[in-house]
Design a protein around this ligand. Structure first.
Ligand code: HEM
Length: 453
């Protein structure tokens, strides 16, 4: 067991008042929490007239995400407003009948059999990407987070559009999504809590996000056309084209779903991999066990889909990484009808927040909650395994991540293939901090020194 406590934002002694809270949210959404939030089970407060609840006990989380999913299936207003120009009514932000229809169409695209096909692309693309690392000299520095973004973007693009997508095209997709994200970040933070527009807040930039969305749409239209021409049958476009041709989806809806899948799938996997590489680099005993596992299972050969289930310790490192740094550290929902939870009235329109950041480091549900201990995920004694609703990096219930097994396979294979050949180190006195934008990622580029094993 390691005694390494990786970095996290300062915790306040007392709960912040509403004005301070809004100020902190604008800077970093993870910096609002007081120490006792990691010990409470259900919290509520009001900003202006909006009731806000924090579900911080596995039973309450189960109730929101699963038992009474119907009442809490709607995403919060900010997320809908921020993502609509890019993805219309795609699965991630729709609710009710539209969400059900899209889910039914997309589920078969994420079957185990399909994931096996996608894994071939993940492996080929990772090996291709790492050939550039092999050209570097011992002790050269690589920018880990941008590297992981480029890698996962290439993988996502090739799974969406086919193997003909080049590294340059994937980089272009990354740039256009980065512009879109920048326009989103300037959007009115008041919408985060559904507050009225007279409350002092930051400026909105609807025009900018409409322009940035158009740039993504134009590029996606080109990639879709090239994918159709290539005739590759395993890409997601090939599966969507059938739905478009039989009239189930319009061309615009098909493009919206593809944009949504790119957005949902590439930054989350890139952030998780970057954090995992950092955490492993800080703990020689974890690094040794990772290397021992990949050497025993992969040796010098290429990984395959079949290895995912055998890379048990690699997976435990990733599980623990997602506990400490969940890509989506806050999940926001809106109550559709009045409800009562733990004797507290929850009026329709309230914002219900589930905070994996708190749940995953909660003092009542975890031993050594801030330590990095991959072995806790190897535990077989059911008494010692945490409640599944206390650990929700992929959310849970009917609206859980559609790409969960895709994401697990991709991060497991990428981490194992990197571990097969390379060792990464931080520099002396390097400060690593968190930054929470769309996903929770390392602040800056996360530069690390590279060497061949
Ligand atoms: C480590 C990787 C990933 C993590 C940690 C992750 C996590 C999550 C979480 C927490 C949600 C719920 C968001 C919310 O309720 O607001 C979600 C939803 C979703 N994710 Fe992932 N995800 C990952 C990878 C992927 C990948 C690779 C794809 C697709 C290729 C994907 C597709 C989706 C979709 C479509 C939804 C929306 C589901 C719905 O609303 O019904 N995710 N993901």
């Amino acid at each position: 067991m390691t005694d390494f406590i990786p970095p996290y934002p300062k915790r306040h002694k007392k709960t912040l008042g509403p004005i301070d809270m809004l100020k902190h949210i604008r800077r970093d959404v993870l910096s609002i929490w007081p120490e006792d939030a990691f010990n409470k089970q259900f919290m509520s407060f009001k900003i202006i007239n909006r009731s806000i609840f924090i579900a911080n006990h596995p039973d309450v989380v189960r109730y929101i995400l699963s038992t009474n999913h119907d009442n809490y299936q709607r995403k919060n207003p900010l997320m809908r407003k921020a993502l609509q120009p890019l993805m219309g009514d795609a699965l991630l932000i729709s609710d009710g009948a539209a969400w059900e229809k899209h889910l039914e169409l997309l589920v078969p695209m994420f079957s185990l059999q399909k994931i096996e096909q996608y894994c071939e692309v993940m492996i080929e693309t990772t090996e291709e990407h790492l050939q550039q690392w092999a050209l570097l000299s011992e002790g050269d520095t690589i920018a880990v987070f941008p590297e992981m973004i480029q890698l996962t973007a290439k993988i996502m693009c090739r799974i969406l559009f086919g193997r003909q997508v080049t590294a340059e095209q994937a980089a272009q997709v990354v740039d256009r999504f980065a512009d879109y994200r920048a326009s989103m970040e300037q959007m009115d933070i008041n919408s985060f809590f559904g507050l009225p527009s007279w409350v002092p807040g930051s400026k909105t930039s609807k025009n900018k996000s409409t322009q940035a969305a158009k740039a993504v749409h134009d590029l996606f239209d080109t990639l879709i056309a090239e994918a159709e021409e290539s005739g590759e049958s395993t890409s997601l476009v090939a599966q969507f084209v059938q739905l478009r041709n039989n009239g189930t989806l319009t061309g615009e809806q098909m493009r919206n779903e593809l944009a949504m899948l790119f957005m949902a799938g590439h930054e989350s996997t890139a952030s998780t991999l970057s954090w995992a590489l950092y955490l492993v680099s800080q703990c020689p005993e974890v690094e040794n066990d990772l290397h021992a596992e990949v050497d025993a299972i992969l040796g010098d050969r290429s990984a395959t889909f079949g290895d995912v289930g055998d890379l048990i310790y690699t997976r435990a490192i990733l599980d623990e990484t997602m506990r400490l740094y969940p890509s989506f550290p806050m999940l926001l929902r809106e109550a559709i009808e009045d409800d009562v939870i733990r004797k507290r009235e929850v009026p329709a329109g309230s914002i219900m927040i589930i905070v994996p950041w708190l749940l995953h480091r909660h003092q009542q549900y975890w031993d050594y909650p801030d330590h990095f201990i991959p072995e806790r995920f190897l535990e077989e004694d059911p008494e010692l395994v945490p409640d599944p609703f206390a650990y929700i990096p992929f959310s849970a219930g009917p609206r859980a991540c559609l790409g969960k097994y895709f994401g697990i396979a991709q991060t497991t294979l990428c981490l194992a293939i990197i571990g097969q050949f390379f060792r990464l180190r931080t520099t002396e006195n390097q400060v690593v901090e968190t930054e929470c934008r769309l996903t929770l990622r390392p602040k800056g580029d996360l530069p690390m020194l590279i060497s061949l094993r």
